[in-house]
Design a binder for this molecule. Sequence first.
Ligand code: PEP
Ligand code: MN
Length: 265
Amino acid sequence: LANRMFHPEDTVIEVGGIRIGGNEKIVVIGGPCAVENKEMILNLAHEVKEAGAVMLRGGAYKPRTSPYSFQGMRTEGILAMVEAREQTGLPIVTELMGEAQIDEFERYVDIIQIGARNMQNFELLKEVGRRTSKPILLKRGFSNTIDEWIMSAEYIMANGNPNVIFCERGIRTFETETRNTLDLSVIPIIKEKTHLPIIIDPSHATGDWKLVEAASLAAIAAGADGLIIEVHDNPECALSDGAQCLKPKKFKQLVDKARKIANVL
Ligand code: PEP
Ligand code: MN
C-alpha cells in the first residue's frame, strides 16, 4: 500500500488546514521534548508560532531509558497541549506509547507519533491502523533498515489507516560524537520507494543544538517535506533532552533559512 509502483502520485496528508507532502510548503513542527508543566507549553506554543512553526510538538507519555527519569505528565500533559492548540490554533503532535491511550489520542491529538522504540511494536501498529484514522508520524527505529521501516508503515496501512508520515531521527552507528547519525539518504529513497511524506527530526538525530541547524538545512535541501525540532526556553533546566533543544530565537533563524532553501528548490 505504501509502494510508489501502485500509487505514482505523492500522497498529501492534511491536518487542520496544513498539507504535508507533495510539493506543498515545508511543514515545521516545534516544541519541547516533554510537556513539563502547563505554563511552559503555553508559552512555548506562542513562541514557536511566532517563529514560524505551523504545528506544536510536546511529549506527554515519554519513553525514557531510566524508570527514575521524568516520565511525562500523561493525560494532564495532553490536556495542556489541547489548551495550547486552543490558544494558538497550532495542531498538536505527541507520542503514543501504548494501546491503552489510543482512545485518548483519537479524541485530543492531531498527529499521533509512534516513537523509534515502538517502530516494530507490531501489535501497536495494528491497533493504530484499526482504531484511528489520525495521521501517524512513524519514526525510524535506531537500528532499522529502510525496508523494515516501510513494512511498519504497511502494518498501519493494511489495518485501515492510510495516513502515514515517515520521520527520520538518526540511527545508531559506531560514531559517538553525535547522539545518532542522521541518514539523509533515506529522503530520496523513501520518495522513490513510497508515495508518503517524510520529515526529519534533527534534534534526536544529532543530540546537540549546535548541529541542529546544519542538519535541518541539509534535510530541506535533500527534499524533506518538513522538520520536527525541539525548542525550550531554558534548555539548561529541561527535564529531558536539554542538550539538543534550541531557544526560540535560534529556532526562528533556522525556520527562516529553511524556508529560503525550500523556496529555491
Ligand atoms: C521524541 O520525539 O521525543 C522521541 C522520544 O523521539 P524518538 O522516538 O525518535 O527517540
Ligand atoms: Mn526528546
